[in-house]
Design a protein around this ligand. Structure first.
Ligand SMILES: *Cc1c(COP(=O)(O)O)cnc(C)c1O
Length: 467
């Protein structure tokens, strides 16, 4: 029998009209934004693939839940609902809500890190590393080598290289490693999952050395889907059960609910240790809000609780990843260089291969993201040298092996037709890549520079010739 197509497991009840401005207006908007897609006005964007963070469409049930907001300062009913749902699906003992993921990272880093510590992880994430460094630690990447090769089609490129981890422990000593940060569906590697076998092996090795494992569970549901789809022995397990099993191999987690949990704002920190939870609750009142709201309104916590329940439904997560794979297949078929296999939350264009005429010092991924916007109104994001920032010791630009442009797919927001238009926009640039011009900094902020930095073309004043 022929394999049947999947379709979105929802129908659309409310629409938000899109607007497309002219090519001349887009060129002007790009220049005004310093060729940084983060500085564009959303109104000037046609299809917004900047991020999948906080951009999900909520369901009718989540919107109904917003009306059940219990906006008490302390002990909101929505907090207790969220606590129950997080315990059911993530399985940790203590929940500390935060306004978003970085709020949880901030508290965790302050709780566990001493100056001079080292925190290993499977590739850095921007905010995670920034908080580790702010607390005085150095981040060390222990991801497998395959993660750095866009053409390597291994199924679990998010895996940690145990030999690298062991060598690090031998070199710095376990006492200087307060915890290992294990990220699900590694964002900067292209949304690449980590296998359950690797998760368990890392846990065992860390336990031998008395090192805690803290999960970055932001994309743990997408990771659970890939384990079900790709790892032997898991095809008959539910995504919900796999998620619980992933979390069971850690001492706690930080989570940005703006991704898998299908809400526009929110996050949480979870820990199993009672004493650590007490200290976290002490810090959360300083930085986020009382421990039963953590910077969120009651209605936000309700929407999150319902969103978590929806996020582990198989039909939802299959369609979510199916849409990403659909766009990936369209691009791959035309020979566009993308990170393979396609990960969970977006398509990552290999900008170094796409624009071989632009040297790394002229930020090919930044230029490609700006040019794609000028060409089509599609907004994407740089994930390369600009995002990697500078080495805190030498002050030099870190040149990551991956120089990528991320086309991130918001959950339940766009249709397949939007994916077709996006693919056509990328093809148009791919046919004549030499039209794209490299960039140079005109302004570079100190922290997380990719958000607010500004650029100018290295020659002329347009990033895309003959637009
Ligand atoms: C988004 C994200 C974070 C940070 O969460 P915010 O909600 O943006 O503060 C941390 N880790 C990963 C992997 C993320 O994708």
């Amino acid at each position: 029998m022929r394999k049947r197509s999947w379709a979105e497991p929802f129908k659309i009840k409310m629409v938000e009209p899109l607007r497309m401005i002219s090519a001349a207006e887009r060129a002007k908007a790009a220049a005004e934004a310093g060729f940084n897609t983060f500085l564009l006005k959303s109104e000037d964007v046609y299809i917004d693939l900047l991020t999948d963070s906080g951009t999900s469409a909520m369901s009718d049930r989540q919107w109904a839940g917003m009306m059940l907001g219990d906006e008490a300062y302390a002990g909101s009913a929505n907090y207790y609902h969220l606590e129950e749902v997080v315990a059911r699906h993530y399985g940790y003992k203590h929940l500390i809500p935060t306004h978003q993921g970085r709020g949880a990272e901030h508290i965790l880093s302050r709780l566990l890190i001493k100056p001079g510590d080292v925190v290993p992880g499977n590739m850095y994430f921007t905010t995670t590393r920034a908080h580790q460094e702010l607390a005085g630690a150095r981040f060390v990447d222990v991801i497998c080598d395959a993660a750095h090769d866009p053409a390597d089609e291994s199924p679990f490129k998010g895996n940690i290289d145990l030999a690298k981890l062991e060598a690090l422990i031998a070199r710095v000593g376990a006492s200087r490693i307060p915890y290992l940060c294990m990220q699900c569906c590694v964002n900067m590697a292209g949304g690449q999952p980590i296998s359950m076998a690797n998760i368990a092996a890392v846990r065992a090795l860390c336990r031998q050395h008395g090192i805690k494992v803290m999960l970055d569970a932001t994309r743990a549901v997408e990771n659970a889907y890939f384990i079900k789809d790709r790892e032997p022995g898991y095809s008959n397990k539910s995504v919900a059960d796999i998620l619980l099993e992933i979390c069971s191999h850690s001492d706690g987690c930080t989570n940005s609910a703006k991704k898998d949990c299908l809400v526009n704002i929110g996050g949480f920190l979870c820990v199993n240790d009672d004493e650590l939870a007490e200290r976290a609750r002490n810090l959360v009142v300083l930085f986020e809000g009382l421990h039963t709201y953590g910077g969120l309104a009651g209605r936000d916590m309700e929407a999150m609780a319902i969103g978590i329940t929806e996020s582990v439904q198989y039909d939802h997560i299959r369609a979510r990843i199916g849409q990403v794979e659909y766009l990936g297949a369209l691009l791959d078929r035309q020979g566009v260089p993308i990170v393979k296999p396609v990960g969970g939350h977006g398509i990552f264009l290999d900008a170094a291969a796409f624009l071989p005429h632009i040297p790394r010092s002229q930020f090919p991924a930044q230029a490609l993201a700006a040019a794609l916007y000028v060409e089509s109104g599609v907004r994407s994001m740089e994930r390369g040298t600009v995002s990697a920032g500078r080495d805190p010791d030498t002050g030099k630009n870190i040149e990551p092996k991956l120089e990528l442009v991320r086309l991130t797919i918001p959950r339940r927001v766009y249709t397949q037709a939007h994916m077709d238009v996006t693919a056509e926009s990328v093809w148009a640039l791919f046919e004549a890549p030499e039209r794209v011009v490299g960039l140079a900094f005109t302004f570079e902020p100190t922290y997380l520079r990719f958000f607010q930095s500004r650029f100018k073309p290295v020659e002329g004043d347009v990033v895309l010739r003959n637009a």
